[in-house]
Structure formats: structure tokens, C-alpha cells
Design a protein around this ligand. Sequence first.
Ligand SMILES: [Zn+2]
Ligand SMILES: [Zn+2]
Ligand SMILES: [Zn+2]
Length: 105
Amino acid sequence: MPRTSKSEEGPVQCEICQAVIQRRQDFPRHMRIHSEKRDEITFKCPWPGCSYESLQRSNVDTHHRIHTQEKPKTCPDCDFATSDPGSLTRHRKRFHGYQPKAKQA
Ligand SMILES: [Zn+2]
Ligand SMILES: [Zn+2]
Ligand SMILES: [Zn+2]
């Protein structure tokens, strides 16, 4: 529930779109755009099957990265993590004396 003030005048900020409505009595009308055009102003995650949505595009972009980002490879011997398998191998060789299985010649 939004907190209401006794004041009839003065700007009020919309929690949804951050718009400042100069006159409080215009606020209910402003809120109607959110119920009517909710689909138009809501950004949805484009990932198939994902139902994430946000009114702020940056939130969706941040969220979307969890789908696109490669899972980091983590070193089994320490906290080292990288998205590049090659650098993980180099790390393991260098710090842990890891010997990759040599291909039989
Ligand atoms: Zn609004
Ligand atoms: Zn998503
Ligand atoms: Zn390590």
C-alpha cells in the first residue's frame, strides 16, 4: 500500500516509472497508464521460457546476463575462477602442478 499524505498539493513520485507528477490529483490518472499499458512499458527477458520482467530495462539486461554468461570454470583446488577453460588449465599447472592428461601419441 502506498503511503498517503494529507496534502492535496505538491509533487508525488510514481514508484513504478519514477516520474514526478506535479499535482497529486493527477496521480491516479497517471497510475492508470501502468495498468493499461503495462505490457508496453514492461521489459521482458528475451530468453525462451524465462518469465522475468522488469519496468527497468537495465534490470532486464543485468538479469539476461545470467543466461548468456558462461558458467565460470572454477579451480578445484582454490577459489580461482575464470570463464576461459584455457586459463584455468594454465592456472592449475602453474599453482597446483596440474598435469593434463597427455594424449597418447
Ligand atoms: Zn508511473
Ligand atoms: Zn531471463
Ligand atoms: Zn587453483
